[in-house]
Design a protein around this ligand. Structure first.
Ligand code: PMV
Length: 330
């Protein structure tokens, strides 16, 4: 039996505007992971995918239209190999549809597990990311590609979505993935307290709604996205300079811009306000919104108080994470 894992992720800043060509920063969350086990099955039994957490078990083949089945067989085609009678068990401690990249983590763990099982480590992270991106499109419509990139590379990243022509374009996005991805140097480790509203929202819903609003008032939303882009650039400068306290107000400003886009929610705003009251350096929602998670940037000594305040304000789960030089660790 072989086993591979992949981390969750959190978008530090720039979500939504990233779909429209502005930069975003994302971090892997090493302490919550998706795991895929592969073991030989009974000859003739085919390829069986099992998701015990979801109480689901299903057979996939070359003609499957199931996104994970398609990913499995497209990975095999990339590797130039075939597989028969295996049992693929998928587990994850990343909340589904919670803004922490559960889908991309499961897909990445699946591609890694196939490579391990077949003794082939030939695909570099960029190719793993591209395979997972194709699967993400099946689930989310027109994702920017930030989730698969940060999870496949498993390091903090600066990300700009571009079209094949090199020009940022939401319209051309669906057919191409050619992002600018730079590993980010984090000069000074910092602490995040992540609060999960417990409300599950599909990424494509707020993304689609924002698209409709952008179409009806493009100038207004482009203005918001420009402001987000400036905030994200400033956050990068402070991360690289180790000026952690200076990042707090920028994250809070990003939250206000996301509110103006209409992708936050009462529950997210309540948790963000509770984090501020408890002494956070800054706080914002993260990911697609209308549910999912928010986080607070905090001094390590304040993390327990902020975690307590988030629980009191209704957070279903709270995770304290230390983000270091090349990886995010608990
Ligand atoms: O739902 P999440 O956490 O994967 O976040 C989606 C991020 C968006 O910028 C809203 C969409 C995207 O594809 O980048």
């Amino acid at each position: 039996m072989t086993q591979s894992t992949a981390p969750g992720k959190i978008i530090l800043c720039g979500e939504h505007a990233v779909v429209y060509g502005r930069p975003a920063i994302a971090l892997p969350l090493d302490s919550i992971r998706a795991t895929v086990h592969i073991e030989d099955g009974i000859p003739g039994s085919g390829v069986c995918l099992c998701a015990p957490n979801l109480e689901r078990e299903w057979i996939v083949d070359e003609n499957s239209t199931d996104p994970l089945g398609e990913l499995l067989f497209s990975t095999l085609r990339c590797l130039g190999l075939s597989i028969d009678h295996v049992r693929v068990t998928i587990t994850s401690d990343i909340p589904i549809a919670g803004g922490m990249g559960s889908g991309a983590a499961v897909s990445t763990a699946l591609v890694r597990a196939l490579m391990t099982h077949l003794g082939q480590h030939t695909l570099p992270p960029s190719e793993v990311s591209a395979l997972v991106y194709a699967c993400e499109k099946r689930y989310h419509g027109t994702p920017s590609g930030i989730d698969n990139t940060v999870i496949a590379f498993e390091q903090p990243i600066w990300f700009i979505r571009t079209s094949a022509s090199g020009l940022p374009s939401p319209e051309r996005h669906a057919t191409s993935l050619n992002p600018v991805m730079e590993p980010l140097h984090i000069a000074q480790p910092f602490t995040l307290v992540i609060g999960d509203t417990g409300i599950r929202s599909k990424t494509r819903l707020p993304v689609g709604e924002l698209r409709r609003r952008w179409e009806s008032d493009t100038a207004f939303y482009e203005g918001l996205f420009d402001q987000v882009g400036e905030v994200v650039s400033m956050v990068r400068g402070h991360l690289e300079a180790g000026s952690i306290a200076a990042i707090g107000p920028l994250l809070s400003e990003n939250h206000e811009l996301l509110q103006a886009m209409g992708v936050s929610s009462h529950e997210l705003d309540t948790l963000v306000a509770a984090a501020h009251t408890a002494g956070a350096l800054g706080a914002k929602m993260s990911g697609a919104g209308w549910g999912g998670v928010m986080f607070a940037l905090t001094e390590p000594s304040d993390s327990n108080a902020i975690a307590h305040a988030l629980r009191e304000a209704g957070a279903a789960h709270v995770l304290v994470t230390r983000v270091g030089r090349n990886a995010a660790t608990r």
